[in-house]
Design a protein around this ligand. Sequence first.
Ligand SMILES: Cc1cc2nc3c(=O)[nH]c(=O)nc-3n(C[C@H](O)[C@H](O)[C@H](O)COP(=O)(O)OP(=O)(O)OC[C@H]3O[C@@H](n4cnc5c(N)ncnc54)[C@H](O)[C@@H]3O)c2cc1C
Length: 383
Amino acid sequence: MSDINPCMKHQVVRKAVREFAEAEIGPIAHDVDRDARFPWEVVEKMRPLNFFGLQTPKEYGGADLDTISYAIVIEEISRISAAVGLCLTVHNSVGIYPIVRFGTREQKQRFLPGLASGERIGGFCLTEANAGSDAGGVETHAIKDGDSYILNGTKIFVSNGGVCTTPLIFATVNPIDVRKGFSVFIVEKETPGFSVGEIEDLCGMRANPVSSLFFEDCRVPAVNLLGRPGEGLKIGLNALDTGRLGIAAQALGIAQAAFETSVKFARERHQFGQPIAANQTIQNYLADMATEIAAARLLLYRGCALKDEGKPFSAEAAMAKLYCSGLAMRVCTTAVQIHGGYGYSKEYDVERYFRDAKVTEIYEGTSEIQRMVIARSVLSAPA
Ligand SMILES: Cc1cc2nc3c(=O)[nH]c(=O)nc-3n(C[C@H](O)[C@H](O)[C@H](O)COP(=O)(O)OP(=O)(O)OC[C@H]3O[C@@H](n4cnc5c(N)ncnc54)[C@H](O)[C@@H]3O)c2cc1C
């Protein structure tokens, strides 16, 4: 583990989070997935340790971590439970970061301390029935009425949906020209007209309460508008750049877990009178996994470092997400293969890793959309 991060600060973060995750989440990770149960007891333990304010400035109660440290935290938590990793990455990146980046002083003072302490949980609500990869299809609208906006619409597939208390809602203030009016609102769960749908019955990430959110004549104070009316696309894309580093870290954590489990199994499982690890085919599988994981980690940390240096990192974040999520699927598929029939059994964690890995290629922009972002950057560079 020590050679993964040459920097002492990052080694310390990794060690501390790994110990916490193994001790506090490890014993229940399998069961909460089986039971599709959100682990509140883990949330209780994470709150005082600042897991909910990973990159929030210290003046609002956060830990103000650099982005490589942030990625390490998400990676190590996801190595044990990707569903808990999902809760943290959505909350800290796309849930909080837009408020840190675009919020007014008053909005920061009102919302950040509660979010950073984990007393309140964030969410990011862009997707709708007719708006997936194309945010231009958003139908949720917010009509100005005095010093409020009246929100109507339905958001689907909201990670943390069943537990979030302060989600960001993307809506248009101009139903005639959706893009022009595209805006973001900080909406508190207690607001009349806000309700939560059934928890989705999903293939993976089952311990995260992904759900729909409904807004019916929901009156949101105008002071909860994040940025200016019409700035939704800018804020959303900016948030997703940051979010994609978190999803890449989550995918990497899943891949790491599947790899470690495979090494252990290959040493222990005997066939033809020897450990299956004695076969060169299995050794090649493990060698390829180790190589790809190391490459993915460097790609991810490059994106994180660029962000911290204040340099453009949009294409690099898309590359990290594209590569790490694809890697997670490849590693998990091979891990199931190494485990043979046991890999297909719910008794073994490798089956969970396999299910959890798939969605990292889908949310916060599918792999096809990441390629669009990367290609745009490639083609816009001077010839
Ligand atoms: C577990 C889970 C959690 C989620 N959490 C959230 C959340 O917290 N907040 C949120 O807002 N959303 C969330 N989502 C939604 C997720 O971001 C969307 O599912 C995703 O963006 C894809 O949108 P879609 O499902 O409508 O697919 P579509 O956009 O309909 O795409 C279908 C297929 O067509 C491809 N495609 C679409 N357009 C193009 C194109 N121009 N070129 C090439 N291929 C294209 C896609 O890549 C995909 O393969 C979540 C989804 C899941 C499954």
